[in-house]
Design a protein around this ligand. Sequence first.
Ligand SMILES: *Cc1c(COP(=O)(O)O)cnc(C)c1O
Length: 400
Amino acid sequence: MDYKSSDNILDLQYFGEFGGVNPSISDSSTYTFISAKTMSDTFEGNTEGCYLYSRHSSPSNLYLAEALATLEGTENANVYASGMGAITSVILQLCNAGDHLVSSRTIYGGTYAFLKNFVKKFNVDTSFVDITAIEAVKNAITPKTKMIYCEAVSNPLLEIADIKALAALAKKHNIPLVVDNTFSPLSILPAKLGANIVIHSLTKFINGTSDTVAGVVCGTTDFCASLKDVNNGAAMLLGSTLDSYRAASILKNMRTLHIRIKKHSENALYLSQNFEKDGLRVVYPGLASHPSHSKMKQQMVAEYGFGGIMTLDVGSLDKANALMELMQERNLGYLAVSLGFYKTLFSAPGTSTSSEIPMEEQEQMGLSNGLIRLSIGLDNDIERTYNMIKKCMIDLGILS
Ligand SMILES: *Cc1c(COP(=O)(O)O)cnc(C)c1O
């Protein structure tokens, strides 16, 4: 991969109103026009250089969007008030009543619930498939299919989508490949591998401080403009608008994303290798034992590593709960959903973030009850952390 996301992001230079090193925050919901003619042109979609109303766009949101388009190497991007705001806008923009989607079956619980339950009212139907089986994806496509939807690294099982192969399949059927890249910013660049639309929950690694929810859609200028269209745009009409103050703070956090991702990856690799050696069932794309290890190696930007998320299967929900409680008590992290924080976060996906997925489907896809998902933090001394977690496991009889 020769696209240099981090260098390009750091090269983006925005001066504040008084020469500040950060851009000024646009503290207005509405904007004045010198001439009435410019206002009517702006309503008709000719918004070049003019701001109309902050649900449509604002200077702070456009700066952040530009940085995110630069991250993914797409023409353009729109930011949202949450990852779900971004995901639902894309799906509702591209699908009409009676349409069909093909989606990975291992996706974020909220996305799964939206596709499985919510869009039913529009008679939009989804086939959920094993995204690593290209043949199954291909067989699920019908003349009514409007997109292939997946996560680059799936939640919570960390399956790796073969983006090049999926993009080729989508192209053949003249439909977009939509990839949620929340788990793997910088390390996977889906648009560079052929995806048409890339989505992130900025809430996670990209913001990295667990203080806000936000999302983004990266794609072509045409698609981003269609989302903001005052007559037909899902972003404009559903109104999931990010506040300028939050956009400004997320942009500042993005400046250190490359350093954080490298550290998250380094720490997760260390823990996963050592817990695997200890005989635990560990899922991490950086392990040779992971079914998608070679696929990940092929499509990743090597310097950012295999990401900060790993799972451990400790056998039963009771053990998982006891371990998480003890780890929190010993200040090893927090028993909390979400990911990408400086501190390790852990949860049992079967009873939390993936609980929207029915039990029998969870079993089918290998999502067992004793599974703990860990978002590994930025611990400075990861060997010390490893020893402390291991001590918790020994004290609970998970390891001897
Ligand atoms: C958290 C998450 C979302 C939803 O994002 P919000 O910002 O919480 O709305 C979507 N996809 C993935 C993979 C996520 O982890």
